[in-house]
Design a protein around this ligand. Sequence first.
Ligand code: ZN
Length: 145
Amino acid sequence: MKFLSQTFNIRTEKGPQFIDITERIEEAARESGVSNGFAVVFSMHTTAAIRINENEPALLADMERMLEKIAPCSAEYKHNEVAHAFSDNGERPNGHSHCQHLLLGASEAVPVVDGKLIVGQWQRIFLIELDHGRDREVVVQLMGE
Ligand code: ZN
């Protein structure tokens, strides 16, 4: 059984922002020496998600619009009252970011076969910033033989 755990630091610029991290995960898969197993890609945050989809700019704009429709930034959130109350800790009102994250999720699992990450022709792995630009941590964990 082989095992590799790596943490990437990623500086995001704005929210929403789709950041294609597929190549970093492929590199980690190569470094791990795992021939057959899987990679788990995990966001350490409640307002930055991990999802697989197509990296096509018009589609990314569509998906940003969909997120804004589902949980608009301008809507009222109870969490924002708490965030204001504790504004000393630096959290901005971000109820919409948490609600969007709930629908996306924090991780994806991707198969590794014959030493290569298996993704479909149009599949890319994204870190999705849902809050404002900041430092983010993504853990990739590889397990297998
Ligand atoms: Zn928050």
